[in-house]
Design a protein around this ligand. Structure first.
Ligand code: CP
Length: 307
């Protein structure tokens, strides 16, 4: 049974095939509108979400399928102490594929070991968010026409930002990517990502706390939110939450064809005055998220022999 738990579960060839399929879905949605007729997605969200849950559900509906939803841990038997393993075995009796978000790192992996249907990690704690990475890759490819020869800046919370970790992992497998890591000292990229991904692959990267200094070199600027829910100490959150606020003034120094991405939700880190700038791609990114999830559901159900 094939699952998607970590972005590295997919080879570069598989990633490219998925992105090509997602682009075809975006251009020819009618061709796919009955592809998953009578199939069911179980969307199990034990942590809040707007984009990921709704885009998975919209994806399954746009493929002609149906959706079973747990959108709140308190409304499921997880609140009575049921294990992730038992939940996965149970849901396998009702659905054809699972998308799971969970606050505990590794929970979707445990689900995949116990389910008899494909499991997709829809975000686990501060660990991984592979379908956001597919969304980000599709957005970069549609905006820049390529996934190589790019200088990519990651700005904000690089410590707890699971979307950052997964995207660095994915981009590290493409040619000539330069990484610019912009964060306060306390929110630097974890050393295990630097060691296992960047250093292990001999990749060029710089670390800085100064966004304005590096913004002129960037092809992609990936802004992130400082995540209140990951902090143990409210004082630290309050001190760090507004470390970076992208404004039209700061953007004056950026390239004309910079693409600004953000996995969203945004709090303060991108001024709403930037939303009308042609370089703002974060709402296009939201739509791309539905197309890649359609491509992923189709691919995993085909591999499972369900379609
Ligand atoms: N990008 C993202 O994961 O958004 P949600 O938390 O709203 O799903």
């Amino acid at each position: 049974m094939r699952h998607l738990i970590d972005i590295t579960d997919l080879s570069v060839e598989e990633l490219d095939e998925l992105l090509d399929l997602a682009s075809d879905i975006a251009e020819n949605p009618k061709k796919y509108q009955e592809s998953c007729k009578h199939k069911k997605l179980a969307s199990l969200f034990f942590e809040p979400s707007t984009r990921t849950r709704l885009s998975f559900e919209a994806a399954m509906f746009d493929l002609g399928g149906n959706v079973l939803t747990v959108s709140d841990a308190n409304s499921s038997s997880a609140s009575k102490g049921e294990s992730v393993a038992d939940t996965a075995k149970t849901v396998s009796c009702y659905a054809d594929i699972i998308a799971m978000r969970h606050p505990k790192e590794g929970a979707p992996f445990v689900a995949s070991k116990n389910a008899s249907i494909p499991v997709i990690n829809a975000g686990d704690g501060g660990h991984n968010h592979p379908t956001q990475t597919l969304t980000d890759l599709l957005t970069i490819k549609r905006e820049k026409g390529r996934l190589d020869n790019l200088t990519v800046g990651f700005c904000g919370d690089l410590k707890f930002g699971r979307t950052v970790h997964s995207l660095i992992d994915a981009l590290s497998r493409y040619t000539n990517i330069k990484f610019v890591l912009i964060s306060p000292e306390e929110l630097k990229l974890p050393s295990y990502v630097k060691k296992d991904v960047l250093a292990a692959n001999n990749l060029e990267y710089v670390q800085t706390a100064d966004l304005e200094e590096v913004i002129p070199q960037l092809d992609i600027l990936y802004m992130t939110r400082v995540q209140r829910e990951r902090f143990f100490n409210e004082e630290d959150y309050l001190r760090l939450k507004d470390s970076y606020i992208l404004t039209p003034e700061k953007l004056k120094k950026a390239k004309e064809d910079l693409a600004i991405l953000h996995p969203l939700p945004r709090v303060n880190e991108i001024s709403v005055a930037i939303d009308e700038d042609p370089r703002a791609c974060y709402f296009k990114q939201v739509l791309n998220g539905k197309f890649v999830r359609m491509a992923l559901i189709l691919t995993l159900l085909k591999e499972a022999g369900t379609l």
